[in-house]
Design a protein around this ligand. Sequence first.
Ligand code: PEP
Ligand code: MN
Length: 264
Amino acid sequence: MQLTDIKNDWISQFNHPLVIAGPCSAESETQMLETAARMKEAGAAVPVFRAGIWKPRTKPNGFEGVGSMGLGWLRKVKQEFGYKTATEVANMHHVQAALEADVDVLWIGARTTVNPFAVQEIANALQGTDRIVLVKNPVNPDLALWIGALERLAGADIHNLGAIHRGFSTYRKTNYRNIPNWQIALDFKNQLPNIPLIIDPSHICGNRTGLSSVAQEALNLGYQGVMIETHCNPDEAWSDARQQITPETLASLLSGLVVRNEEC
Ligand code: PEP
Ligand code: MN
């Protein structure tokens, strides 16, 4: 299958914009269930609950995720609260475990998108799946690598595809953790208007203050979704503590977004 032939009507099963929220990392069953419950109580319109259970960290000796134990917690979040669930996969073993555990949405992280062999391995393990697969932009500003990863998935007849714009690393210090480089995402959108584009303000900002303006900017540009890291106790999070927000803050951030009906 060619990437450009893909219809991608999967996104229309969700209200606009699609919201994916949940902790950077799954830490414990209690943390997962409390975050999920409070998102519901706060009235945040979140159909998809995210949590990383395998965490590829830039530096060694950090927390690298709870591993497959977290799959049971994702399943509980789905059963108890009715969310669809999402997690990151970085190799074929992750894919097999996530498929067996009925995870609805799989995403390829920025550190994996840069590796064609890893992406191909994931594509082969997912061959022909109906599961939704999202590809984060590579850490470096390389549009061809981002599109190439999606082409590998389309080549394995994976047809429910989307892309996540999480910004690009830069040696220069800026106000962003990863600079948005909007033009790269807009070029992506021009080349592949059929692939839903989701903004990840959390990894772009690296803090809590810029999230809503980055999310709003993306919606103004016609993005179809947002992914926002949300944690029941952000200050104590085991990864990405500075950028995570509480479920209650998420609810108010979402209600402050101005959503246009028409696509631009
Ligand atoms: C994440 O979503 O928690 C993550 C590790 O993101 P990225 O791959 O964009 O760095
Ligand atoms: Mn994170």
